[in-house]
Design a protein around this ligand. Structure first.
Ligand code: KG4
Ligand code: ZN
Length: 331
């Protein structure tokens, strides 16, 4: 057997996946989430994240090989997230990958985390081109257009905060359990009352912004607290989600009518959001819609492995920056 071993440690998930090198079949994906440890602090503590990756990476590795029913000698290639992400966390995955690659004398490929999120689509669907991907995660909000495999054109990104970051921040202010995204998702689904009106940024072209929405929600909450008014937490959270989702949908509609993709995907942690998924499936009838299953939306090594399998040999062993835009450059 010949397999590709993929490693993802860019934030608070220690994940290793095994993929068949020839058939691309996903043989195992193990994700050890540190969520509980960070929940006590209301957000990811970078120092704690790196330490926990160091503690768990070996057992995650062994479990991934066991579940894939293979041994170390079956590994033909190793792929690891190179960035972007928390530097200490990334270093744990990279050192583990480099050591293993030297020991086994197999090639090592550095993968761009966002390219990985986009290739999560390929795990359950056949990617079709031209392809348009909406990336919505804790660190990124981007529209990426692909004419073919390995060509990424970032049409637009957020000027300030990422959508997931704002979900987490709003949830924290509203004292909802960490992580904020799933908490707001659940509240929204059970909320039936009227919505408050929060701003939706309307920047030119494909630029997006989330800081105005964040400030507006937080200010309204603090003002209501000061005036000792009764606060409807569910109403604020649900109204926030409505505005947050509206902005990315407006940009996605604009890009679909301008670029006429054959297929669209929505990827990254926020794409596991029930309301966002429903809206995309409902509103985009004339184009094939692919949204990965929730387990492949949040950080996982399967997407890193799938991305590595599509790296062209003549482009070298690393994910390269196809467009000059800053969010795709790894320092
Ligand atoms: O892709 P991801 O796992 O990590 C990054 O690369 O950032 O995304 C994490 C983000 C967090 O902000 C989290 O709150 C958000 O995804 N998220 C959600 C949901 N599940 C996770 N946001 C909205 N609704 C969800 N169901
Ligand atoms: Zn991610």
């Amino acid at each position: 057997m010949s397999v590709l071993l993929a490693i993802e440690t860019s934030c608070d998930e220690t994940s290793i996946a095994v993929l068949d090198y020839q058939t691309h079949e996903l043989r195992s994906t193990v994700v050890y989430t540190q969520m509980q440890a960070h929940a006590k602090h209301g957000g990811v503590v970078p120092e704690l994240a790196s330490r926990m990756h160091t503690e768990h990476i070996e057992s995650v590795y062994k479990q991934a090989l066991d579940e894939a029913k293979c041994t170390q000698s079956d590994i033909a290639c190793i792929a690891v997230t190179k960035g972007p992400g928390l530097i200490g966390s990334l270093m744990v995955g990279q050192m583990f990958a480099k050591t293993l690659s030297l020991l086994l004398d197999v090639p090592l490929r550095g993968i761009h985390h966002i390219a990985g999120h986009i290739y999560a689509t390929q795990i359950e669907h056949e990617m079709k081109f031209p392809h348009l991907s909406l990336v919505v995660s804790g660190g990124h909000t981007e529209l990426v257009f692909m004419k073919a495999h390995n060509t990424f054109d970032v049409l637009g990104t957020t000027r300030d905060d990422a959508i997931g970051e704002v979900y987490d921040k709003v949830a924290r202010v509203l004292q909802l359990p960490y992580p904020g995204g799933p908490s707001i998702d659940r509240l929204f689904e059970s909320y039936t009352g009227p919505y408050l009106s929060f701003p939706i940024s309307d920047l030119p072209s494909y630029e997006m912004s989330y800081s105005g929405l964040k400030s507006s929600v937080i200010n309204m909450y603090h003002n209501a607290m000061q005036r000792k008014e009764t606060i409807d937490y569910a109403q604020i959270a649900a109204s926030f989600q409505k505005s947050a989702v509206e902005q990315v949908l407006q940009k996605l509609h604009k890009a679909v009518s301008e670029y006429h993709p054959k297929q669209i995907s929505v990827v990254g942690g926020v794409s596991s959001n029930t309301y966002l998924r429903r809206r995309v499936y409902e509103e985009f009838n004339n184009v094939e819609v692919c949204i990965p299953s929730p387990m492949y939306c949040t950080d996982n090594a399967a997407m890193i492995g799938m991305r590595a399998l599509y790296l062209q040999n003549d482009e070298g062993s690393e994910d390269i920056t196809m467009s000059a835009r800053s969010s795709w450059e790894i320092e």
